[in-house]
Write a protein that binds this ligand. Structure first.
Ligand code: FES
Ligand SMILES: [Fe+2]
Length: 410
């Protein structure tokens, strides 16, 4: 009989195997929250332009922990834990807004836009009775503050106060791709989409590091030549393996030797409205698709002219929330904004491409959860994590697990 109780040892083959207990085990999930999301990592928070005015705030999450990003009177951005210092109430209940201060509903402690405690009702007692001790110091009971950095309009935060600068965290190659999209132009948010996908958060991160599936699973990508294994492409990782980019160039809608193995390829499919795909060149290089995974919680997407961040918010071992933020540049003309929005139909919870991923990730969770002692195989393109000039590889997933295992002690 085959046992179903994992022994929590990573398979000897290393990162070319993935033990399925990592996708559903509560203790592993708890360790991820502590060591990955609350550890030495820069977590995506949002855009400066989402909170343009003093008092503007955005509530979001770092791992499972709710945080608030707020702009103070001087225009500086602060990120702090959405957890009252008194008794732990998650005081901010709105995803966006404008506030002079934050007041906890329970006992109405007041925090300023920097997260400092500035008011405690009945602090001096009432009619000479009660109150806080004489030596109670407001300054030492503010909200937990994260270290924040803004990079060309994007906000990142970390619980590690000694964290290296964001640029060093990315490394040269990843920083190059990050600043390719976030090049200093103003960011205009076009809209949001949110979805709950019933699978472990890592499966999403892996999915965007997996060019192998892209040219097989996605009828739309393959048929219309948007992302295909027979096109010029690159897979690149940072030195630690935790971040990666998949880079591709659009090809023609035609059958090749390569499409013979792509069952999703439909040479005769035509779009009713070809404007759905009307890419125009806008970046200095010739890449038409660049998908970047920045550890631990964001994907930066450029697919033709659709631009978006996809933020990963874990919601327990078996589910996560994916928040899509579609954006344009403030310098775009209206035609370009329309184009970005039109092409965005490929992406999102019901996107012509992304809907496939949401479904297959659910199927994956069904399989791995029921079989925690089994292992996945990651041998496409070899067993290492070297950069490649093709996409017939799972190197970026192996790189992710090299780093993951190191931080998780697995
Ligand atoms: S729990 Fe927030 S003021 Fe008491
Ligand atoms: Fe996909």
């Amino acid at each position: 009989m085959i046992s179903t109780a994992p022994d929590y040892r990573w398979p000897e083959a290393g990162s070319s195997r993935i033990p399925y207990w990592i996708y559903s085990d509560p203790a592993i999930y708890a360790r991820e929250q502590e060591r990955l999301f609350s550890g030495s990592s820069w977590n995506y928070i949002g855009f400066e332009s989402e909170i343009p005015a003093p008092g503007d705030f955005k509530r979001t999450f770092v791992g499972e922990r709710s945080v608030v990003a707020a702009r103070d009177r001087d225009g500086h951005i602060h990120v702090f834990l959405n957890t009252c210092a008194h008794r732990g109430v998650q005081f901010c209940r709105h995803s966006h807004g404008n506030a002079k201060s934050f007041v906890c509903p329970y006992h109405q402690w007041v925090y300023d836009l920097k997260g400092n405690l500035v008011g405690v009702p009945f602090r001096k007692g009432v009619q000479g009775q009660g109150g806080m001790p004489e030596d109670f110091d407001l300054a030492s009971h503010g909200l937990v503050k994260l270290k924040a950095e803004t990079v060309n309009g994007a906000i990142f935060a970390t619980f590690d106060q000694r964290m290296v600068p964001f640029r060093d965290y990315l490394g040269d190659s990843m920083y190059h791709y990050f600043t390719r999209v976030f090049d200093g132009r103003g960011i205009r948010v076009l809209g949001y989409a949110r979805q709950i996908i019933p699978c472990n958060w890592k499966l999403m991160f892996e999915n965007i590091k997996d060019p192998y599936h892209a040219s097989l699973l996605h009828v739309f990508l393959v048929t219309f030549g948007l992302f295909r294994a027979d096109q010029k492409s690159d897979v690149k990782l940072d030195p630690t393996g935790r971040h990666a980019v998949l880079v591709s160039r659009k090809g023609e809608q035609k059958a090749t030797e390569g499409t013979a193995e792509m069952r999703s390829f439909k040479a005769d499919y035509k779009l009713e409205d070809p404007r759905l795909l009307d890419p125009v060149k806008e970046f200095p290089d010739d890449a038409t698709v660049v998908m970047q995974t920045l550890f631990p919680n964001v994907i930066v997407q450029q697919q033709s002219n659709t631009l978006a961040t996809r933020q990963i918010i874990p919601r327990g071992p078996d589910r996560f929330e994916l928040v899509w933020t579609y954006f344009a540049y403030t310098t775009d003309d209206e035609a370009m904004v329309r184009r970005r929005l039109r092409q965005a139909n490929l992406m999102g919870p019901a996107g012509l491409v992304s809907v496939d991923d949401g479904e297959v990730l659910e199927f994956t969770q069904d399989g791995v959860k029921a079989n925690p002692t089994m292992n996945g195989i990651l041998e496409m393109g070899g067993r290492d994590r070297a950069d490649t000039a093709h996409m017939v590889t799972e190197a970026a997933i192996r790189g992710f697990y090299d780093y993951y295992r190191e931080v998780m002690g697995l």
